[in-house]
Design a protein around this ligand. Structure first.
Ligand code: XMP
Length: 512
């Protein structure tokens, strides 16, 4: 496996993405954690030193442990990582007077280097630079193999030791052949790109068995991809030592609760507690219109309910969570000293301490699309694996204004018709998330010979990569017209439908 030492660049995660895409297993660890003992234990076959916001010319700026350079494995330094290499290996870096950001073109000064296999077909490579300092003297053993007008040391190498240092970012898309550069580096480190989900599954199962022993594990199942994949994987590892708890808040989509219970209990035979607590949740929310109060009430009740059912399971020692890699990458903090900030998953936040549980997080090394691939490997049906995200507070935050059972019922029906339309037109997989919102507004209409005075339904659909930014989905008018007609005809209580053309930012995906 390959070790990525993180010096805090905004794009360090992309190095891991590119390598995983090339089927190379790698892990990112913050520089503070990587010391000689860590290296001995990790035993990397190659090391990549990431970029970062600091300047090696500043006192106390981050360094790699010297052992990185005596392991006898290839090392690639990117941007700040390049400067770290030069400084630690005996070269010199000076604070730059003009920073260079953005597109640049690198030409080779040496064409036979293995790092360049398949590159420079047009004589130059387009790369993305982002740096302030510059190297003024190369470390012994290094020579320049590629240069750009503003970066005479754009690519340097020490072929004896297989050390490479680049001033640009090969991991970003703007570096057109960046993935190829990374692959050439991993090729010369001996990686064959044979990391597969099947192999990962076996590894993960072994790791779960080793961690859990014969203790009992409980898992909160939400019906989403992450918790579903985690549950099935853990069940393969430890069988009936696992019990799942599905808390039905009454705020799920139509048919969702039945689907989850049927799949896990009947199909997989996983012990499952179906906690139908819809009355508890809806009574607590009845009439509540403040979005934050809704969220907090739901979060608090969820923990209470889960806690209560988990006690039924008895002496569980572990809580399983579908935490993903982006949630756990420890971000490098320069202001907080050696302590690192860790983002934690808050699905069932508060529970581990309260119940004295340890966490099992078998997906914590995977990105979302890899979790989907693992789900397929485990035989989960496509309807689960390819599912749109669904927020924990569910329909409560799609019903602005006071919540009532009646409104939830109307919303559930409209939402079901809308999703049926999207599936029928083959659009489900092109959309990140689509849902109906029931507005707290009534308008006048005419149906048959009668006057109606009913609710307005807004439809939302967005495309997105990570949910952080989003674009509205450009349905054609015929689709929207047909969907509006179906909703008004099939759902009593709605007589008008609108479509939400807001992107994020400035809007958010959910309405509350
Ligand atoms: P927003 O509305 O912030 O949503 O643009 C971004 C993504 O997060 C989901 N979301 C939530 N998920 N609990 C969740 O588990 C929540 O409270 C919550 N709020 C929003 C939303 O569905 C979208 O995918």
């Amino acid at each position: 496996r390959l070790l990525i030492v993180d010096f805090g660049s905004q794009v360090t995660q992309l190095i891991a993405r590119r390598l995983r895409e090339a089927r190379i297993y790698c892990e990112i660890h913050p520089f503070q954690k990587v010391d000689a003992a860590f290296l001995a234990d990790f035993a990397p076959r190659a090391v990549i030193l990431s970029g970062g916001p600091a300047s090696v010319t500043e006192d106390g700026s981050p360094r790699a442990p010297d052992e990185v350079f005596t392991l006898g494995v290839p090392v690639l330094g990117i941007c700040y990582g390049q400067q770290v290499m030069m400084t630690q290996l005996g070269g010199r870096v000076e604070a730059g007077h003009h920073a260079e950001f953005g597109r640049a073109y690198v030409t080779p000064t040496e064409t036979s280097d293995p790092l360049f296999t398949g590159l420079f077909a047009t004589g130059r490579e387009e790369v993305w630079m982002s740096h302030g300092d510059r190297v003024t003297a190369l470390a012994p053993g290094f020579s320049v193999i590629g240069e750009s007008p503003n970066a005479p040391f754009a690519i340097t190498s020490d072929p004896e030791r297989h050390f490479y240092a680049v001033q640009f970012h090969p991991e970003v898309h703007h570096t057109v052949n960046g993935a190829r550069i990374l692959r050439n580096f991993t090729d010369l480190a001996g990686f064959t790109g044979d990391w597969t989900m099947a192999a990962y599954k076996e590894q993960a199962i072994e790791a779960i068995r080793a961690q859990v022993g014969d203790a009992k594990v409980i898992c909160g199942l939400s019906g989403g991809v992450d918790s579903s994949v985690a549950a099935v994987l853990i069940h393969e590892a430890i069988g009936d030592q696992l019990t799942c708890v599905f808390v039905d808040t009454g705020l799920m989509r139509m048919g969702e609760a039945e689907e989850v219970v049927t799949l896990f209990r009947d199909h997989y035979n996983i012990p499952l507690i179906h906690a139908d607590e819809s009355d508890l949740f809806i009574d607590a929310l009845e009439g509540e219109s403040d979005p934050e109060t809704k969220r907090k009430t739901i979060g608090r009740l969820f923990i209470e309910v889960f806690d209560r059912y988990a006690r039924e399971v008895g002496d569980a020692k572990f809580l399983a969570q579908g935490t993903l890699y982006p949630d756990v990458i420890e971000s490098v903090s320069f202001t907080g000293g050696p302590s690192v900030t860790i983002k934690s998953h808050h699905n069932v936040g508060g529970l581990p301490e309260r119940m004295n549980l340890k966490l099992v997080e078998p997906l914590r090394e995977l990105f979302k699309d890899e979790v989907r691939a693992l789900g397929r490997e485990l035989g989960l049906p496509e309807s689960f694996v390819g599912r749109h995200p669904f927020p924990g507070p569910g329909l409560a935050i799609r019903c602005p204004g006071g919540i009532t059972r009646e409104k939830l019922e109307i919303l559930r029906k409209a939402d079901a018709v809308y999703l049926d339309q999207i599936r029928r037109h083959g659009l489900y997989d092109a959309i990140w998330q689509a849902f109906a919102v029931l507005l707290p507004v009534r308008t006048v209409g005419v149906m048959g010979d009668g006057r109606t005075y009913d609710y307005v339904c807004a439809l939302r659909a967005v495309t997105s990569v990570d949910g952080m930014t989003a674009d509205f989905y450009p349905f054609d008018a015929a689709f929207l017209g047909e969907t509006a007609t179906r909703i008004i005809n099939e759902v009593k209580g709605i007589n008008r439908v609108t479509y939400d053309y807001t992107s994020k930012p400035p809007g958010t995906i959910e309405w509350e």
